[in-house]
Design a protein around this ligand. Structure first.
Ligand code: ZN
Length: 57
């Protein structure tokens, strides 16, 4: 599951990926806004497809 992380100020795409632990700070190249991203809660990371082995009941 790849998530798009966008600038909170102007909505520009900063990076794509998955953040599980820690916290990340990214400075927007367009408006120089510093965006802080929190990790995705683990329950949102697991696959929601029925029958997928990664799925957690
Ligand atoms: Zn920006």
């Amino acid at each position: 599951m790849i998530k798009e992380y966008r600038c909170k100020n102007d909505g520009k795409l900063l990076f794509k990926g998955m953040l599980i632990e820690g916290q990340i700070e990214v400075k927007c190249k367009a408006c120089h806004e510093v965006n802080t991203f929190e990790p995705t809660p683990l329950h949102e990371v697991v696959c929601h497809k029925t029958g997928c082995p990664n799925r957690v009941a």
